[in-house]
Design a protein around this ligand. Sequence first.
Ligand SMILES: Nc1nc2c(c(=O)[nH]1)N[C@H]1C(S)=C(S)[C@@H](COP(=O)(O)OP(=O)(O)OC[C@H]3O[C@@H](n4cnc5c(=O)[nH]c(N)nc54)[C@H](O)[C@@H]3O)O[C@H]1N2
Ligand SMILES: Nc1nc2c(c(=O)[nH]1)N[C@H]1C(S)=C(S)[C@@H](COP(=O)(O)OP(=O)(O)OC[C@H]3O[C@@H](n4cnc5c(=O)[nH]c(N)nc54)[C@H](O)[C@@H]3O)O[C@H]1N2
Ligand SMILES: [Mo]
Length: 842
Amino acid sequence: MATEKLQGITRRRFLSGMLTASAGAVIGSSLLAPRTAMAATDAKSTFSGDVIHGSHWGAFRAKVENGIWIDTVAFENDPHPTAMLSAVREVVYNPSRVKYPMVRLDWLKHGWKSDTTQRGDNRFVRVPWSQALDFFHHELERVQNTYGPSALYAGHSGWQSCGKLNTAGTIMQRAISLHGTYLAKIGDYSTGSAQVVLPYVAGAMEVYEQQTSWPLVLENAKNIVIWGSDPIKNLQVGWLIPDHSVYGYYQQLADKVKSGEINVIHVDPVKSQSYKFFGGKQVPVNPQTDVPLMLAIAHTLYTEKLYDEQFLADYTTGFDQFVPYLTGEKDGVAKTPEWAEKICGIPADEIRELARTMASGRTQIIAGWCLQRMQHGEQYAWMIVVLAAMLGQIGLPGGGFGFGWHYNDAGTITSAGPLMSGFSSVTGVEPIHQGSYNGYSTYIPVARFVDCIENPGKTIQFNGHSVKFPHMKMAIFCGNNPFHHHQDRNRMIEAWRKLETVVSVEHQWTATCRFADIVLPATTTYERNDIEQFGNHSNKGIIAMKQIVEPMFESKDDFDIFRELCTRFDREEAFTGGKTKMEWIEEIYNGARLQGRGIGVRMPNFVKFWEEEQFVSFPEGSEWVRHAAFRKEPDLEPLGTATGLIEIYCKTIADMGYDDCQGHPMWFEKVERSHGGPKSNKFPLHMQSCHPNYRLHSQLCSSDDFRGTYAVQDREPVYISTADAKARGIVSGDIVRVFNDRGQVLAGAVVTDDYKSGVCRIEEGAWYAPLEGGKPGTLCTYGDPNVLTVDIGTSKLAQATSAHTALVEIEKYTGPIPSVTGFSGPTEIDDVNPLFPAMDIA
Ligand SMILES: Nc1nc2c(c(=O)[nH]1)N[C@H]1C(S)=C(S)[C@@H](COP(=O)(O)OP(=O)(O)OC[C@H]3O[C@@H](n4cnc5c(=O)[nH]c(N)nc54)[C@H](O)[C@@H]3O)O[C@H]1N2
Ligand SMILES: Nc1nc2c(c(=O)[nH]1)N[C@H]1C(S)=C(S)[C@@H](COP(=O)(O)OP(=O)(O)OC[C@H]3O[C@@H](n4cnc5c(=O)[nH]c(N)nc54)[C@H](O)[C@@H]3O)O[C@H]1N2
Ligand SMILES: [Mo]
């Protein structure tokens, strides 16, 4: 651990796990004084010892003394643990813990007729569990009977904890769908536009799939182009438990870059963690202008005849329709490097050089997701495929494109072990309520959900369909945090007032809890038993996730919360399937064991696994090349597109007739864009809200001690370039106000040469901490970037989030400095009659 003085503020910085030789050196010693543990625990257990568990940050052994978790040691089979692991213990004990079932003050008085402008002022009343669940059930009944299923929104998903049994969102959906049908969501925030466009273009979503094995890439690639991706930062976490072995390959890549064997190019306006880790050359493109840059590369490949005509003929369709756009024959604008330079900021000669380099040998394109999380994000994903098709190396080791390299241990070799199934949201039991949707859509694109609340009756286009927004009246959130992840916070606060009842099932008192009516305290994964696969794409084995400490306060497992809800409408048996939680874990394990037997992988029986071994590892699998089967036998292994080929021109999309996503990839101007684009006169800085280096979204933000290692004067850092800071009289350590027409936040300045001038960043997941809770436009005292982002769909095709289309201005903050409001739990009002005689929820 290094201690660094920064403008009078001490910022403890943890060395990143992957940079150190031994795991023990990072996580082993107690990094954090366990003061929160001592202060908050109500441990009844006197257990002392080590407990194995797993998380999105990796597997570990918790050291427990007298029922209190005091330290965290990385799992011995994790060669590159993340520093974030030291923050997970705090999730159990921190002051933001949801302790009891709570009901919002005015909702308790007036039920669904409450004053919804009170939401967000954080006044809540503690109620008994039975009462809270009665309210919940009552509201489900009322909404189904009064409005029908389209008024109930219960499909929202998110980064619930891992564990094959306790998947919070699945549990919630299983219980709610036993009661009634509801308004569902489609898509996700992560890859919302790529996952809609790529099946038309490349036949698969591409984003969540395994990638070519790293050993083959290291052996065959001459160039690796990392386009808007930061794998070193983003591979720290996984959807399941990451095993972090992939960092070994990145270490080898670093060696090959150093020795000149592999040439890495990072197309990124920022010097990323990956750039710093394995080096290479940076192409600092202006934000949101990658499509012009790619078009100019394509133009160069075309005019200099550097493209693979044979590959285009054999494996693709529609190049002919794309060329007239490229040359300008179609719209009078040739997409030359000179044309692109003015938009993307990269000199024309450098663009030509980049094209020639990419065509000079085997080139692997590694594409990230941030770029498809902006307006017209579909075009970027599509254009990456077109470039790779022109280079003609799709399906060769170390060539072609991949959209999932920075995610879930991708590029590791998948083991030969069985895959565990998990608890399911589907029971086969009919719901009690199956009312009519009254002509409204049965689903909404997930990132349009606030649009839906705000504009009932409005019809939008989505992927060739019309979606008519229903009147949403009740929403349930479990295992996600919309008051961090959704865009344009102030618009959201106003729209939210139209909802009659909001339920949040959580273990951290997030802003979503503050804006809910009924808050139910869930256990953390560390307070219950579960089982999970170790390694995502790698599937290295199975690990026991054993309960570390007793559930704190009145928290209950999601499983029990929803089981008890189901007893209220006589569906408990259907919910549990007649099994206890431990029986489910055993069944899930035994399913894998049986599968293992079929493929020659022997696993111990459950008791031996659970009580003694606690981890089984699987034998090595074989190396694999993405798209190789298609390249080898395009007729026998066609892609899942309409033609079975890569679609450079897509008739299906063209026939939808959308102005903002047409038959082939194109450059569209954005509603706002830095470096001379729209609105840049008023708000000159492009604000990135990339994924955090020291959190998983909003998770771990409430770990006070860990937050103290990166916060600046208690605020979320805003990274700003040296030139932009100087022009504004800002130095590192200053509290600044970041603002635009949508809102304003305080943040702590970190001035850095890593950022191109005109680009700044506040990492997503910083908790919303309003100065005046519930008031639209109020100052956020901590630095939630989604106060500043725009809430529009990417296009009519995918309607995904456009979070990364956002301009801001930054100024030194000179007003009175408010304390941070976000991390202290609810304001408990206790002078309300506990029998709730005034409640009028009928
Ligand atoms: N501006 C901007 N916004 C973004 C993004 C961006 O790049 N920029 N990225 C988007 C992306 S890609 C994503 S995936 C989303 C992420 O959005 P979310 O998935 O909503 O983010 P998390 O902070 O992981 O929220 C998970 C919540 O579940 C809770 N939780 C954890 N375990 C349990 C459990 O066992 N039971 C229950 N009941 N709750 C639990 C956690 O405490 C936490 O509050 O954010 C999106 N928002
Ligand atoms: N540590 C950590 N890792 C995570 C997560 C986390 O919360 N924390 N979340 C996980 C999840 S749910 C997801 S969806 C993925 C997200 O994965 P991504 O969306 O790919 O990740 P980001 O970090 O947002 O952005 C990646 C890179 O894009 C660059 N970039 C931004 N704008 C532009 C641009 O206009 N042009 C170019 N060329 N580059 C640009 C950024 O500078 C950054 O280096 O990460 C996963 N991994
Ligand atoms: Mo995501």
